[in-house]
Every structure is written in C-alpha cells, then in structure tokens.
Design a protein around this ligand. Structure first.
Ligand code: ADP
Ligand code: MG
Length: 476
C-alpha cells in the first residue's frame, strides 16, 4: 500500500512530467523522495543543497501551482536536504543520462563517467617491439578517445571520427571536417582520431599540424627555395590532420600549396582530417575550389555541451588529475560555465589552486566566490533568453506571455524589466531586444528602460524586485 505522501508525490510527478523536458525530469525530479505529509505540508528529500537551490530557482513556479492543485490553497512544500561529507565521499557521482531520446538504437550508449573512469587509459606509444616511428606525429596522448566524453553535442563528430580511425581513407568521410566554437573540443577530437589510427594501424604515417605552423613552414620553404621538399614531405602522409584551417583564410599562396597536397593525398586514398572554427559555408577568404573539396567528405559540428555532459567532463578531468571535489561544487561549476569546455576546466583548476593556496576546503561558498570573479574577469554575457526566463520565473509568468503582445499590467511590467536587463547586461541592439520581447521596436525598448529607471528611483518595492533579479542574473 502506498502512503499518502507517496500518492500525492506520484500525482505531482505526473503533472511535472508533462511540463518539463524529459532530461530535466530525470535529472531534477526522479532523484527526489517524498518523505511525509502532515498539516498540509508535503516534505520531499533532495540529494543536495544545489538541488534545492536549482529547484527553487527554476521550478518554483511550477511546484507552487502543482501543490495548490494537489493539496489545496494552503498546501505547502518543504525540503529535506541530504547532507554529506562530500570531500571524503567514496562513491563517485554518476550522471543520469536520458536513454530514450537517443535517436538511433544503433548509436553506442552514452558513456557514463564512471565507466570511462574505470577503463585503463591506453597509451598508443607504448607498444613493445614496434619499430621506431620515423615521423614525429605531434599527437598529445592525453587527447584520446578514452578521455573524450560523448554527449549529444558531439555524437556525430565523435562517431565519424571513430569510424575514420578504424579505416583511414576507407570511408566516405574524407576529408572529415570538424567545426565548432572555441574550446569545444576540436583539437582534442582530431588528436584522438590520430592516436586511434596509430593504435589500429601502427605502420601508418600520421601527422598533426596546426594550419598556422603549416603556413610558417611554407613561408620558410619559399625563403629557402625548398618548396619541393615541403610538398613532398606532406604528400608522404597516410593521414594528415590540419587544425584550425580557418587560419589559411586570405593566404592565397598557402591555400594553393595546400590544395595540391590535399588533391594528391585524396587521390591516393589517404585520409584528411581538418578542423575549423566555422562551417565551410561560413568560411570567408577561402578559395572556392578548396571549400568545395572540404564538402566532398563529411562536415560534423561540435556544439556546446549540455549540463550532464559538462558534469561528466569535469568528473573525467578530476579522475585524470586525481582530485576530488564535492559534487555540489562540480554541479555548480557545470551550471555556471556553459559555453566553453576549456574555461570550465580552467575554472575547476583555479578553484583547486585557490583552495590549496588558502588551505581551505573546496566548498560551494568558495566555488561561488571564485566563479563570481572568474565570470566577471571574462566578461561573460547572459543571453536575452536567460534574462526572460529568470524574470518570468521570478514573477511566476509563462515565458510565452512575456513574448506575446498582451498589454496586461503585470506582463507589461515584467517585459519592461526584461528589456531593461537585456539592455544593461547584453550587447544586443535595442531592435534585437525588442524583437525578442513581443516584436516591439527600438523606441519601445528605450521607453521601457526609462520607465524602469524612473520607477526604481521612486518605488521601493520595485527597487527590491530589481535587486533580487540582478542577484539571480549575476550568479549565472
Ligand atoms: P578547441 O580546439 O575546439 O578550441 P580543445 O580541443 O582545445 O577545443 O578543448 C578544450 C579543452 O576541453 C581541452 O582540455 C579538452 O580536453 C577539453 N574537452 C573538450 N571536449 C571534451 C570532451 N567531449 N570530453 C572531455 N574533454 C573535452
Ligand atoms: Mg583548438
């Protein structure tokens, strides 16, 4: 027989399920345990302080409504937070990964950090009895597939890379072009491909070269009159990996020689792996014939990783570095730094550095202080969408309403506040802000900013709203 609190919570979950994404449901609601129900107070147990704060920050509107619906107008919700000595926590934290939105059954399952952590890291260079590698490949052994966490953000690129590594030159992915923003793992992934090829095919000649270095070598060769040697050297490769090819833009001569090398290798069934910070269609200053070659194979992008992947990457890095952090700290880092994995890792490392410097344990408090500094120093920009979300959560309004044309008083005010913060905290133009907020023009946005400024000076309660919101927005 289910107890009352269990039945009530089951009913709540049913409504929640319909109102949040499956991933959020699994991450934030499944781990919750109903504990008791007395005096119209439903107590739920959450795994950490971070969980509680996250729920309060993101789902309080929804939870309020559900409690009202299921328990009644005087129903209340209370949290019981599980405390832990997390620094000494012996159980590694496992990230819940949704399995049912994996599109193809054939896709390999998402790796959990714990699995990766337990598998030995193989160093392809330590193969006894192997003849000496003639050409230095310039591959970094740490940038392996084992150390590359798979997520929705990189699944195609990763599996195409892996396929290429099994049969270099023997797949349709030639060239394989990996593109994506700064710090999203391009360099890591193309090294991993190189390393895996060397492991599977020790006889193959693999070379990793940043496009910048390629350019310098070419300029040097022109100076020394050794272009022939230069070209011959590159044409010897079984696998040529060129990093940051966008560096060649506007450099016609270098592109020219690269074009010839490319053709030679491709015609002879050798593998090309290229990375770029832009999709081929967006590359400027590149010769058309070279761009069209890039399109012969496969272009796969790396996206910014989702929360689960960010946590998994941090877990992996911690394992590699032999460090431990309380899980709420890891979650906090992963939640705060969203768009650049290098920055995410950097923040974790500086946090550890700071804590050993001050001989203080790494606590959530310390993480917050550090992130605040870190975030300011890199001048991170919150997005208009995020501002709208925070404002809507705060006033308990659906975001659609804010974006609609409605002239209802509370909505108008929330919309004006969102515009005000968007102007203050982002670099968006007034027109762009207006377009995001119910298709208003720039004059409306300007008027909103003035109204908010005026009210802030005359209305104490209103000023309180702004201060609360400013705090919420600046943690991000
Ligand atoms: P890019 O070349 O795109 O600027 P990098 O390959 O240098 O990015 O990646 C930045 C950092 O993030 C590196 O330390 C890399 O190991 C790490 N990283 C990126 N993606 C992943 C991933 N999927 N799993 C683990 N670490 C990653
Ligand atoms: Mg790079």
């Amino acid at each position: 027989m289910k107890k009352d609190h269990e039945k009530i919570w089951d009913r709540c979950l049913e409504v929640i399920k319909d109102n949040v994404s499956q991933q959020s449901f699994k991450t934030w609601f499944e781990p919750i345990q109903p504990v008791k129900f007395t005096d119209n107070i439903l107590t739920i147990q959450v795994p950490s302080q971070f969980f509680y704060e996250w729920l309060e920050e993101h789902y309080i509107g929804l939870l309020k409504k559900i409690i009202r619906k299921e328990i009644g107008a005087d129903g209340r919700l209370e949290y019981s937070i599980v405390m832990e000595n997390s620094v000494k926590n012996a159980n590694p934290y496992t990230v819940r990964v949704p399995t049912s939105n994996v599109r193809e059954v054939k896709n390999p399952a998402v790796s959990l950090p714990i699995d990766v952590a337990n598998s030995p890291i193989k160093n392809p260079f330590i193969i006894p009895g192997l003849r000496k590698i003639k050409i230095e490949s310039h591959l970094n052994a740490n940038y392996s597939f084992e150390n590359f966490i798979e997520g929705d953000c990189n699944r195609l690129a990763r599996s195409a890379g892996f396929a290429v590594a099994q049969k270099p030159g023997g797949t349709a992915f030639n060239p394989l072009l990996i593109y994506g923003g700064v710090g999203l793992g391009k360099t890591h992934l193309i090294h991993a491909i190189g390393l895996e090829i060397k492991r599977n095919h020790p006889g193959k000649t693999v070379l990793y070269v940043p496009a910048e270095k390629f350019t310098q070598q070419f300029i040097e060769a022109v100076k020394n009159n050794t272009i022939g040697d230069f070209q011959q050297f590159y044409q010897m490769m079984d696998v040529l990996i060129v990093d940051d090819v966008q560096f060649l833009s506007g450099k016609e001569k270098t592109q020219d020689v690269f074009f010839h090398i490319f053709n030679h290798l491709h015609q002879n069934g050798r593998q090309l792996v290229i990375s770029s910070d832009k999709a081929p269609v967006e590359m400027t200053g590149m010769e058309q014939r070279l761009l069209s070659r890039f399109k012969w194979g496969l272009s796969a992008d790396l996206q910014a990783p989702g929360l689960e992947t960010r946590i998994a990457i941090l877990e992996k890095k911690m394992y590699a570095e032999g460090i431990e952090l309380p899980k709420e700290v890891v979650e906090y880092l992963a939640y705060s730094i969203t768009t650049n994995i290098r920055e995410l890792e950097g923040a974790m490392i500086s946090l550890i550095a700071q804590s050993s410097l001050n001989k203080k344990a790494v606590t959530l408090e310390l993480a917050k202080q550090m992130i605040d500094k870190f975030v300011k120093s890199t001048a991170r920009e919150v997005s208009i969408d995020y501002i709208q979300k925070v404002v809507c959560d705060y006033f308990d309004l659906p975001i659609d309403l804010l974006k609609s044309k409605t002239r209802k008083r509370e909505v108008v005010q929330a919309r004006q506040i969102a515009m005000y913060f968007a102007k203050k905290m982002t670099k968006s133009s007034l027109a762009n802000i207006g377009a995001h907020c119910g298709g208003k023009d720039h004059a409306t946005v300007l008027h909103a900013c003035r109204t908010v400024n005026n009210l802030q000076e005359t209305d104490k309660q209103f000023r309180g709203y702004l201060e609360d919101l400013e705090k919420k927005l600046s943690i991000h």
